[in-house]
Design a protein around this ligand. Sequence first.
Ligand SMILES: [Zn+2]
Ligand SMILES: [Zn+2]
Length: 158
Amino acid sequence: MAKRPPADDQPLQCPRCIKKMRKQRHLKAVIDHCDACQGNFFDEGEMLAVLGKVADPEVWARGDRKRTPCASEITCPRCHKRMHMHPLGDDTLAVDVDFCLSCGGIWLDGGEVDAVMQIGARSLAAEAQQARKTKPQTKPPDTAPGLIGQYLSLFPKK
Ligand SMILES: [Zn+2]
Ligand SMILES: [Zn+2]
């Protein structure tokens, strides 16, 4: 596994508006949040810890993807490498997620958390349906919608 710097160091700088971000402790993660643009930075594994299986990037990656990843316009607030933009979703709901291929961090602009969770939940539901066809005893996946509500309530809209 790649070594990454400790999560509890100096405040990170927002890649969009260059302001210092606020650290918000939640469950097992420390999320870096920009109060100015509502952007969020998650270190590798933090989204999974905070939001459950719908936030697993591997789940999103399985979804239908017509556009290909490309270089993002922002740099990673953690390691300052250029991030990679991954288009997720389909024609009805699409969002571009910024991934850092170097440290595994994920940047989500304000409002994108919600959209990403919906895409993840959709993808899991489709898989569960597929699984029931082949293996009827399969347990439904833990989509834990309560976790999303908990997360969203951390950063109430003003
Ligand atoms: Zn910002
Ligand atoms: Zn990084």
